[in-house]
Design a protein around this ligand. Structure first.
Ligand code: AKG
Ligand code: FE2
Length: 335
């Protein structure tokens, strides 16, 4: 299905991957194929320089081909332009990626304080408040960028073109994954709004990042375990994480797969030292990378849709299509 060729650029000591995309091919599969080939041969998937080289070449080759717009063009835009632009834009802004694992349960939470400056945050909030069109309703509000998810196939909807990331978003894209996210969601939480405890559906998404802006808020991570002698009494472990403004959080490993996360609907949060903090307007940007193939191997029959499917367990998936309701993409809720 793919015609790909590898050549070595001895001058730059880089491996260059050339790839041609056939029409009517799933963009994510195509991207995954490039990734696999690249991993096999270059073994440095997270080196942004090498990644850049590959995609610059890929881009140039694509430019030579003039085709009528189709899904492949949307894909090329996402594969070629965005990672280069995102890395360059972040570097130009004087930012770097410096995520460190937080030494708490749940494991797998990575964190960077001051992902952007106060001034940058203030400019973004201006844009959010004055230049964007938000849905008219109360509670948490969401705006979506990137691919649209097809809830029937649990994959990228090939009929909806990629919604370009706006200029203000580009320097805010995490560059650690070596490729841009497939889906980005900007959410506004007015004081009192929250998001129910959930896991972002395992089979649909892989990595997950969230940038917090505006007022801080407490997020609850929760895990329940069967601990009784007959495995029937359930114990719940809850860990509160303070989502401070300008911090970037990555949920990977246990925090992504084996704990739910949510934000309570309330007007105040009580801090560990007993201080009662009033809620105020908060915005978050959630970044999601599609999992390919759409199968998760974590085996958690309580939280994982793949594990449940394999067991023949029917779980109610309470989601709504992006923009239609108050949920934010494909989530599995637990209350
Ligand atoms: O608002 C946040 O920080 C996280 C939101 C969230 O959990 C999600 O979008 O799935
Ligand atoms: Fe989530």
């Amino acid at each position: 299905m793919h015609r790909m060729a590898l050549s070595k650029d001895y001058h730059n000591e880089r491996i260059i991957l050339k790839s041609k995309q056939e029409e009517h091919i799933n963009p994510v599969q195509h991207h995954a194929a490039i990734e696999t080939l690249y991993q096999e041969h270059a073994k440095a998937i997270f080196d942004p320089q090498i990644y850049l080289q590959i995609h610059i070449n890929y881009d140039e080759e694509e430019k030579l081909k003039r085709r009528k717009p189709n899904i492949a063009d949307a894909t090329n835009r996402r594969i070629s332009t965005s990672p280069i632009k995102a890395i360059r834009k972040r570097k130009e802004s004087g930012y770097s990626s410096n995520m460190e694992e937080v030494p708490i349960q749940p494991r797998g939470l990575f964190w960077q304080n001051d992902f952007i400056t106060h001034e940058h945050e203030a400019r973004l909030i201006q844009i959010f408040q004055n230049e964007l069109e938000w849905p008219e309703r109360s509670g948490r509000l969401s705006l979506h960028y990137g691919y649209t998810f097809d809830y029937k196939t649990f994959g990228v909807d090939p009929n909806v073109p990629f919604k370009e990331f706006p200029e203000w978003l580009v320097p805010l894209i995490p560059t650690r994954e070596g490729r841009p996210p497939d889906q980005v969601c900007l959410q506004h939480y007015p004081p009192g709004a929250g998001i129910p405890p959930h896991v972002d559906t395992h089979s649909a998404y892989d990595q997950l990042y969230a940038l917090s802006l505006g007022a801080p808020v407490m997020m609850q991570f929760a895990r329940s375990s069967d601990t009784g002698p007959d495995g029937d009494s359930e114990q719940k472990e809850v860990v509160e994480v303070d989502l401070t403004p300008r911090s970037m959080m990555q949920m990977s490993g246990d925090s992504r797969l084996h704990w739910t996360h949510g934000i309570k609907k309330r007007k105040t949060d009580t801090l560990r030292d007993g201080t009662v903090r009033r809620r105020d307007d908060r915005w978050s940007i959630t970044y999601r990378w599609v999992r390919e193939p759409a199968v998760c191997n974590c085996g958690n029959t309580k939280l994982c849709d793949t594990a449940q499917q394999q067991l023949g367990i029917e779980r109610e998936l309470r989601w709504k299509k992006a923009g239609e309701g108050t949920t934010v993409g494909l989530l599995q809720k637990f209350e």
